[in-house]
Design a binder for this molecule. Structure first.
Ligand code: ADP
Ligand code: MG
Length: 259
């Protein structure tokens, strides 16, 4: 294939495929599904929906930290069993270890992946740098602003060079301006040739956030969590201004759907 030809969205390799996935609690209360969903190579996919509709549950199933009650998860054509080693997580609460410095927090996941100490530090420093935290390698989380803590969370996830970056409401604990800066930064990292991760799964309750960032948006409805719509935004160029008519139209359509 000609290297300049970008494959059509639908022709891209499937990284993760959910096949009739359901989550039940107490063996009777269905909170999610059945869900069929594909996450494709190179795409920025968002899950939006009201609180409690199962977004975090779905993300945890994709990351392999939660085994679905029913249905199957495939990585390519291989059945996922246990933790998804090709995915890394970013949490709303940052989830940093307060007794570790920035560089040690970022390097932590690399030890589990079998890298030697020198390589761990090199990789951690690369992603700290890309996240804009150069100079803070030896700082402790308590010395950082909330936005900077989340940058550490992003650097830590990217450092393991996962195929898929999974983020669960990563900007919800940040003030409006910091959140905006972080969204731009995540888009820059995603587009950067230095960052190997090329697929992002973002969970958010913000329709505006999903529309400003994503290639595709999965709109979920609650009780049980089901796919209400799948919106393809690949034809909307970035950066997307909230007041652009095409953007407003999609946002309004999603609000109507979720009303
Ligand atoms: P969201 O992230 O969209 O807010 P969650 O995935 O966190 O939704 O939760 C979906 C639903 O599952 C909620 O109604 C929640 O109360 C329920 N739930 C989550 N975890 C448990 C659990 N361990 N036991 C019972 N119910 C749970
Ligand atoms: Mg959640």
């Amino acid at each position: 294939m000609d290297a300049t030809v970008v494959p059509a969205e639908a022709d891209r390799k499937v990284l993760v495929r959910l096949d009739a996935v359901e989550q039940l609690y107490d063996r009777k209360i269905r909170i999610l599904g059945p869900i069929d969903l594909e996450i494709r190579e190179g795409e920025f996919l968002s899950l939006v929906g009201p609180s409690g509709c199962g977004k975090s549950t779905l993300l945890r199933i994709v990351a392999g930290v939660l085994q679905p009650t029913r249905g199957r998860v495939f990585l390519g054509d291989r059945l996922l069993e246990g933790v998804n080693r090709s995915a890394a997580l970013v949490f709303q609460s940052f989830a940093l270890f307060p007794w570790l410095t920035v560089v040690d927090n970022v390097a932590l996941g690399l030890e589990a992946r079998g890298l030697g100490v020198h390589e761990r530090l090199k990789k951690a420093e690369k992603y700290i740098d890309l996240a804009g935290l150069a100079g803070y390698e030896r700082a402790y989380p308590k010395e950082l602003s909330r936005g900077m803590k989340q940058l550490v969370g992003v650097a830590r996830a990217l450092a393991v060079e996962p195929e898929l970056l999974c983020m669960d409401e990563p900007f919800s604990a940040l003030d409006v301006l910091t959140a905006r800066t972080m969204r731009d930064l995540v888009l820059d990292l995603w587009a950067s040739p230095q960052v190997l991760t090329k697929s992002i799964l973002l969970v958010t309750h913000s329709i505006e956030e999903a529309v400003s960032l994503s290639d595709r948006v999965v709109v979920l409805k609650a009780n049980p969590g089901r796919i209400a719509d799948m919106v393809d935004l690949t034809s909307l160029p970035r950066p997307r201004r909230a007041d652009a008519p095409a953007v407003r139209e999609v946002v309004d359509r999603m609000y109507t759907l979720l009303a």
